[in-house]
Design a binder for this molecule. Structure first.
Ligand SMILES: CC(C)(COP(=O)(O)OP(=O)(O)OC[C@H]1O[C@@H](n2cnc3c(N)ncnc32)[C@H](O)[C@@H]1OP(=O)(O)O)[C@@H](O)C(=O)NCCC(=O)NCCS
Length: 229
């Protein structure tokens, strides 16, 4: 598969199965510092998962930019968001991983944020409403536990995607963002007015809930599986 960077107005979301990234590719894509970082995980399986996701990200960026993945310079924002260093910083990306899949979002229109969660996480959010929901959102939650859990997971992924787009992550209190009906129009929130959020729907994600936050200039989103070339 050849991979071109997305054109203006178009965001690309690549689905990676970290377990299928070959070990030799991980070895080839990671920098020395990243290998050292992987070595600091307590459990080997966590180190392998993190390394495969980071290698998948570098592999994708390398293909999109026709560059050596390990030589790409990644900088980190104040709250930990990685980005490409100049002069390649016009390609924006974000990564999200859960236990069995990872997503890499790419855009040429500005910062993006993506969040991926396994659908079975939904029931674990019951009782955590006040930890991440705005009071207006809590008021609208359905009482039925299954519906309520599903809505909570949607809110979680939407907020995490938006706050990852912004670069703050959850260091900006998610309870301060309202996605309650009538306030879905993010233009009402000056921090998030330049983003639009999209629930990602694709057969590859049928056991997951995923959301993408993109600049308002993005009008087309393509979701594809990434296997490398
Ligand atoms: C960003 C954040 C929501 C990610 O949570 P998570 O459960 O690990 O979720 P995901 O799998 O969706 O995303 C992880 C990826 O997001 C990216 N990321 C990290 N910080 C980010 C940020 N502030 N904004 C956007 N993306 C970020 C990285 O690529 C990271 O991958 P890595 O763990 O392999 O390095 C969470 O770490 C957070 O709120 N961080 C900001 C506040 C903070 O604690 N900062 C401390 C570091 S300065």
């Amino acid at each position: 598969m050849t991979l071109s960077p997305p054109s203006p107005g178009h965001a690309l979301v690549l689905v990676i199965d970290p377990a299928r990234i070959p070990a030799e590719r991980v070895e080839r894509c990671l920098t020395r510092e990243e290998k050292e970082q992987a070595g600091r995980f307590h459990f080997e399986k966590d180190a392998r998962h993190w390394s495969a996701c980071r290698a998948g990200l570098r592999w994708i960026l390398g293909e999109a930019l026709q560059a050596d993945p390990a030589a790409l310079l990644l900088e980190t924002g104040t709250h930990g968001k990685p980005r490409l260093a100049a002069p390649l910083d016009s390609l924006h990306f974000n990564l999200s991983h859960c236990r069995d899949l990872a997503l890499v979002a790419l855009s040429a229109d500005g910062p993006v944020g993506v969040d991926l969660e396994h659908a079975d996480r939904a029931p674990t959010l019951l009782g955590c409403e006040e930890g991440f929901c705005h009071p207006d959102e809590i008021e609208e939650l359905p009482a039925d536990p299954t519906l309520r859990a599903g809505r909570l997971l949607e809110l979680w992924t939407a907020k995490e995607a938006l706050l990852k787009g912004l670069g703050t992550g959850m260091s900006l209190a998610p309870q301060s963002v309202s996605l309650a009906s009538g306030k879905e129009d993010l233009a009402v929130d000056p921090r998030l007015g330049h983003f639009r959020r999209h629930r990602l729907v694709h057969a590859l994600l049928d056991r997951h809930v995923a959301c993408l936050a993109v600049p308002t200039a993005v009008t087309r989103i393509e979701i594809r599986c990434f296997h490398g070339s």
